[in-house]
Design a protein around this ligand. Structure first.
Ligand code: NAD
Length: 365
């Protein structure tokens, strides 16, 4: 068979794609291997929503975990809840360092003896970053740089970090694929993108294996429903349960790719332990690839909660102005994470809402 130059390149790309797929292991096998041969993990932002969910899952898998947090938005009750959910012997495998990622010596201490870093600590809100860009930069950029330096110097095996769908900025291409991003629309987005750039440099220039995970609107148990910067799902659940108004910014046709936290845990485990040599040095979308408008989200929550809350009879959302810095639509293409990491989301938005509501009903009433 004779293959022309362009065809040869295409054939090579197909073979590489197939080869990468062969190298990815299913998540259940990865969990078995971790149980059989436990590792040491550092979770920054461990008292936060995603960090505490990662902690819980790692302890259930019999891993040793060091957690770092300065409790800026993180909660002590998140840590206590994890303690109440795991056995005493598993809890003994957890060490908490109360400290700040803006302090290089704290980062160095936290990385001592660590196999994998799951870096979640950040000032994680678009509107907060609009009000205080300097703080977002100090924590999300300088703090991440401190963590990268500490991980490099302590010879950590892999550095997995939380990036964000906000890096797509004004890119109007839907679904959003990793190769094409727009201009950031907020200091938060700029800080997350800068983190990706630094992580890329640490991969290429210093040989530290880094993997970025661009989370798309994560939700689930322990996500804070209170305060000016709360995310839409916990905020609306709490408003409905408490009989307070539910605000929609804009027409409600703004859409998001809402991702249940279980999918995010899966992506972190896969990113940390994959032995696919093509995987490191890049960023991946972590989402479900399901588009839900805010109006649809409102109806999904209302239909579930109105059955239990009689005060929700005739309850309607209150529409107000669109928020500056927000993007209109976000929807992820998750093919890259599927192909290179073996990522396969287990929870769509409906299953994720059911699981989250169980937790909020118990914890808010
Ligand atoms: P969170 O606010 O619940 O958790 C962040 C944690 O970082 C908190 O516990 C906070 O106390 C800690 N922290 C903040 N500044 C710190 C500092 N200087 N030193 C040490 N710890 C510090 O937020 P989350 O939703 O769990 O987000 C986790 C990560 O995921 C963040 O990096 C965020 O940017 C990213 N992310 C989240 C979402 C989402 O929908 N939740 C979407 C995209 C990206």
């Amino acid at each position: 068979m004779c293959v022309a130059g362009g065809d040869r390149i295409a054939l090579f790309a197909v073979i590489c794609g197939v080869f990468s797929r062969v190298l990815v292991k299913p998540i259940e096998l990865i969990k078995q291997e971790l149980r059989a041969s436990p590792k040491v993990w550092l979770v920054t932002g461990v008292a936060g929503f995603i960090g505490s969910n990662l902690l819980e899952r790692l302890l259930v898998l019999d891993q040793t975990v060091v957690g770092l947090d300065n409790f800026f938005t993180g909660k002590r009750k998140n840590i206590s809840e994890v303690k109440s959910l795991v056995t005493h012997s598993r809890w003994q495998r957890f060490t908490l360092i109360e400290g700040d990622i803006r302090d290089p010596s704290t980062c160095a201490k936290a990385c001592e003896g660590t196999d994998f870093v799951l870096h979640q600590a950040a000032i994680g809100s678009v509107p907060r970053s609009m009000e205080d860009p300097l703080l977002s930069n100090e924590v999300n950029v300088c703090g991440t740089l401190n963590m990268l330096l500490a991980a490099r110097d302590r010879r950590v095996r892999r550095f997995v970090y939380a990036s964000s769908s906000s890096v797509y900025g004004d890119c109007v291409e839907i679904p959003q694929s990793e190769g094409t991003i727009g201009r950031p629309l907020s200091p938060y987005a700029a800080s997350k993108y800068t983190g990706e750039l630094y992580a890329g440099v640490f991969s290429s220039a210093f040989g530290l294996e880094t993997i970025g995970l661009r989370y798309f609107n994560v939700f689930g148990p322990r996500q804070d429903p209170d305060g000016a910067y709360a995310a839409v799902i916990p905020r609306w659940i709490s408003a409905m349960i408490r009989g307070e108004p539910c605000f929609i910014n804009g027409s409600g046709e703004t859409s998001r790719d809402f991702c249940y936290v279980e999918n995010v845990i899966q992506a972190n485990l896969l990113a940390a332990v994959t032995d696919n040599p093509d995987a490191p040095g890049q960023a991946y979308n972590v989402a479900v690839s399901e588009q839900t408008s805010l109006n649809q989200l409102f109806r999904a929550l209302y239909s579930r909660l109105s059955v239990h809350c009689t005060h929700l009879l005739n309850y309607e959302p209150v529409y107000r102005d669109f928020r500056p810095g927000d993007v209109m639509h976000s929807l992820a293409c998750i093919d890259k994470a599927r192909d290179l990491l073996g990522y396969s989301p287990t929870h769509g938005i409906q299953a994720g809402l059911d699981a989250s509501l169980d937790w909020y009903r118990t914890n808010l009433s």
